[in-house]
Write a protein that binds this ligand. Sequence first.
Ligand code: FES
Length: 114
Amino acid sequence: MAEESFTVKVKFPDNSETTFEAGAEEYVLGAARRAGLDLPSLCEQGWDLACAVKVLEGEVDQSDSLRYFEEDKECGFALICTGKARSDLRIVPHQTGEMRECRDEHGLPAPRGT
Ligand code: FES
């Protein structure tokens, strides 16, 4: 049986959008790379926020991330290096600074240097 997959729409700052498919058992960042999209990352373990995206629509499973808080989800952020799509998604990349602000507001650890 073919692996379930979801459609991921990426919205860029200039309002352009691109779309790719992400399998249910792969990380969204890996699927983006396979589709030729060069999105930022560093640790690739769900730790340093380098790959942070805003989730406009959809569900991401972050259970493989080293550090992901409920508050991150409440603020609407995901770490796609270790996040798996659980529905079709619409995401905005380059959200490291914004996700860090959410962590700061909640008194949670927010790595610097990325
Ligand atoms: S690349 Fe570090 S959290 Fe995703």
